[in-house]
Design a protein. Structure first.
Length: 64
């Protein structure tokens, strides 16, 4: 379980950093472009935030 917790924490931090620093590959992938068309950029940013925060919280819960 510790390995899963560490992976989730790293994934969550990566997602949140990508959101804050606006990594270009978060927005230029074909699947991301489709989601941006469906959700708008604000909705896509909210989705990234929710996924990152959820992964981070679950990882922290699992590691304790």
């Amino acid at each position: 379980m510790e390995t899963l917790a560490i992976v989730l924490i790293v994934y969550g931090v990566f997602m949140l950093l990508g959101l804050i620093l606006q990594f270009p590959f978060f927005y230029r992938m074909k699947k991301a472009e489709i989601l941006i068309k469906l959700l708008t950029k604000t909705g896509y940013n909210i989705l990234i935030f929710v996924l990152g925060a959820t992964a981070l919280i679950i990882g922290i819960i699992l590691i304790t």
